[in-house]
Design a protein around this ligand. Sequence first.
Ligand code: TLP
Length: 405
Amino acid sequence: MSYIIVTFCPGAVKKARGFFTKCLMFSLFAETRRRRFFLPRQALRGTMEETHSYPFVEETAMSIDLRSDTITQPTESMRRAMAAAEVGDDVFGEDPSINRLEELSAQKTGKEAALFLPSGTMSNLVAILTHTHNNARFGEVICEESSHVKLNEVGGMATIGNLMCRPVKGVRGAMPEEAVRAAVQVTDIHHPVTALICVENTHNFAGGAVLPLQNLAAMRRVADEFSLPLHMDGARVYNAAAALGVKVSEITRYADSVSTCLSKGLSAPVGAVLNGSREFIAQARKYRKLVGGGMRQAGILAAAGIVALTEMTERLAEDNENAKLLANGLAGMKGIGLDPAAVETNIVIFDVKATGMTAPAFCQKLGEAGVRCLDVGPYAVRFVTQRHFDKSQVPAVLKAVESVL
Ligand code: TLP
């Protein structure tokens, strides 16, 4: 309105012009503020609500955050390493800190080489693109029905990779050997050709389940039988290693490539590492560039990643134990559906249907009682333990849950 008035008052008295100019400036200022502060937040809520309710809960006196291990802050040791990091241009392969991180990760996962990427999502996408680049025009990726690559990576394999996802129902995240074998397509002219098998370990939406080593061996068998590559989304594979009490390479040896996250329980601020053969990683470097993941002096981030891999993997056992303590307490509560024996790592997923609440309503109420968590299904609620959650806080969480039932 003020724009119109000002435009149409060319001959008005000086005073009035001054007044209208002020109106215009105020309205532009208000408009800018509205765009900058209000619109993005509404838009953000809109997109988030499609997957989780992410309740916007006011801070209370007690605030325990069990939404995800992605909330972990970098440690003091990471901050020091970041400040002192030697850096270079990584697109030229000249960042010494990134090179050190990649060597370290490759060595830990028992692979020849590795590649640093900004996120687990990009790491999985780059792995999928690299494995399937010869037949991406009509290729299919076998993955577990509720896997992260299928549900939570914005369909990147389809939109960017021209690939179809072929879901197979797992038992606690582990796809049965026969079902995977039956899902492989090779000859029929009607069918997309299977290009890759993808497993997730630990399996997030199966409640942090650890894939049994026998199951990984079975996946390897099927992959070899049909000459297919096998990729592991090992975002939390160090939690799996802690739960099994084995070196991580004992788990990753079954897969051709493995993506590991540094910014979850391991507490680095950013980053994932993709591990595989020298040839695979050389090709993956090209795909990382394609999707815009070629970074420059990112050794500042890799320095935190080195600390993550050298100082933070051992302590994940503590997160796994704390999740168990939560699960034991929750399992006895009226209306909560949960088998505590199934909780192996740092994720606890439980059913709240019998409480009469939906998962979003439960999360909202619990948030108001001081505990933040996520709904991961209409009646499924997820707690994730991490470094900032201490076992002394378990009773407070259980008390808060009881108070909302
Ligand atoms: N998972 C996040 C959310 O996306 C659900 C979480 O809070 O658990 N693989 C697995 C198994 C994951 O759980 C995640 C993140 C990723 C890949 C993606 O990692 P980022 O967030 O680094 O892209």
